[in-house]
Design a protein around this ligand. Structure first.
Ligand code: UDX
Length: 480
């Protein structure tokens, strides 16, 4: 009744409660979405998990608040934290299964209390939920508190569509996966998705034997999204038109991205990176245009010492200059000696190894001519935006599926190799061809075309801009 009274008086202000999945690749687009919503006059409460906030503390100091500058610039973005149910000292990066177990089983009740408390303490708002599609609890919380439920999918629409039609994979015998023999089979029955081989599916769909908690969580989350009121995607229409149009037969989907590059948000400085960034600018300035290969496997996946060793030797043999992000803890073992002995001396001035950097600043440096990437969705978008071709080495999750799009659909990348059976000589040859050949020029041209298309989509009246306005209208209508 109160809500209705406030609306009649025209005073209830829309207020988004935003909760991202606690990984860098999800946090980055979520922060951009928060800024975008706030710039349209919506009040936002951005909720980081305490474990994420804890990482920010060591970077930003005791007053860590990623939005303080945006708030000073006039945006109504509040910032708070919530526990995921595990103690702070628990190593979530190393124990992913246990972490997702807590997110599945303990977190929902904590969010429920949190939302209830927030609505009680400040009742004069018209709240709605804006949460990551990977969560399972939003429908229950939305139902209980009578909230509009907006789901945000931060990866490719193709991967969303495949998961959305998980039942078809089951019906056709492609899930659970039976074994290597069926990996070459084409999956040609997902509406709006071009045929894709089973081997290119997301890693958690290819498990045989016991299904992991991540697969269980994804399956439950993709069931849950079917009751979302509105679904946002961090992509643009031009990249995946058929897939978006097929999905729109079921629910309203909005391609509003890539939000990361929205010009209207450039005046706000937000601290999104969870690690301190090494500055590569001076080193890059000493290198000729398009001569440096940038290498990073994102914020999250682990790899083996053997892979790093072959890559390291492959790079040396190629003779190509490189910047390589070697994250602390990026090995699947707890071995701390990641690189081959003496590698630091061997590379002399030819390579720069950093624990973390400002990836956008590196990719947009004219010296960088290629990106050896695990094909995380943010990295892929950033590479497109900077007009830098990719050489793909997917490791897990959605990355093999993304590689297919990069190479076959958008044609601005090539493949490095598959799995862990890498060979240093082959790597060296591939890298040399990728960086120096005439082929690299044609890849660069494709990447540049994508950059132009992205700029257009994000401009006023571009496809993503219009879609965002449509989303705002539909949201308003749902809230009435
Ligand atoms: C995860 C999944 O692994 C990925 O497959 C999925 O598409 C998104 O969620 P992540 O592995 O971290 O993400 O990869 P990605 O999506 O590429 O995101 C990494 C982000 O970290 C990028 O925005 C990149 O700019 C940033 N980054 C990476 C840095 O800022 N500095 C670095 O040194 C490395």
């Amino acid at each position: 009744k109160k809500k209705r009274r406030m609306r009649i008086m025209g005073k209830a202000k829309a207020h988004a409660i935003m909760i991202s999945v606690p990984h860098q690749g999800h946090i980055n687009p979520f922060i951009c979405l928060a800024l975008k919503l706030a710039s349209k006059g919506i009040t936002v409460t951005f909720v980081h998990l305490e474990s994420v906030h804890h990482k920010l503390l060591s970077k930003l100091g005791p007053q860590a608040d990623p939005f303080s500058q945006a708030r000073q610039s006039g945006l109504d973005i509040r910032y708070t934290t919530i526990s995921d149910g595990l103690p702070l000292e628990f190593d979530r990066d190393l124990h992913l299964e246990e972490h997702w177990g807590a997110i599945m089983h303990d977190f929902p009740a904590l969010v429920d209390d949190f939302v209830g408390e927030m609505m009680r303490s400040e009742p004069d708002f018209d709240y709605f939920l804006m949460t990551d599609t990977n969560y399972t609890w939003p429908p229950a919380v939305a139902r209980k508190y009578n909230l509009v439920n907006v789901s945000f999918w931060t990866q490719t629409t193709m991967t969303f569509a495949i998961l959305y039609h998980w039942h078809l994979l089951k019906q056709n015998g492609h899930f659970p996966c039976k074994g290597v023999d069926e990996m070459e089979e084409a999956i040609d029955y997902i509406p709006g998705v071009e045929p894709i081989n089973a081997k290119d599916l997301m890693s958690y769909l290819k498990e045989s034997g016991l299904v992991s908690i991540v697969t269980e969580a994804m399956s439950a989350a993709l069931d849950a999204v079917k009751s979302a009121d509105l679904i946002l995607h961090n992509t643009m229409l031009e990249l995946e038109p058929e897939t978006l149009s097929a999905l729109n037969q079921h629910q309203p989907n909005y391609a509003v991205g890539p939000l990361n590059f929205s010009k209207s948000l450039h005046s706000y400085t937000v601290s999104n990176s969870l690690r301190s960034e090494a500055d590569c600018t001076d080193w890059l300035h000493s290198k000729p245009p398009n001569s440096v290969l940038y290498i990073s496997f994102g914020s999250f996946v682990h790899t083996t010492k053997k892979v790093i060793e072959e890559l390291a030797h492959g790079l040396l043999l190629s003779g190509v200059d490189f910047v390589w992000v070697i994250r602390p803890g990026m090995l699947s073992s707890d071995d701390t000696d990641v690189l081959p002995e003496g590698f630091g001396y061997m590379i002399e001035g030819k390579g720069l190894i950093v624990p973390w950097c400002n990836q956008m600043s590196v990719l947009s440096n004219p010296a960088v001519g290629g990106f050896l990437s695990h094909c995380g969705w943010n990295s892929t978008l950033e590479s497109m935006w900077c007009g830098v071709p990719m050489i793909c080495y997917p490791i897990a999750y959605d990355q093999t599926a993304n590689r297919k799009l990069v190479i076959e659909k958008w044609k601005f990348g090539v493949n490095l190799c598959d799995g862990e059976s890498l060979d240093r000589v082959e790597i060296a040859e591939k890298i040399k061809g990728f960086m120096n050949g005439a082929y690299s020029e044609s890849l660069r041209q494709e990447a540049s075309k994508l950059k132009v298309a992205m700029e257009k989509a994000l401009e006023i009246d571009g496809s993503s801009d219009r879609t965002f306005d449509q989303f705002m209208e539909d949201l308003k209508a749902k809230m009435e």
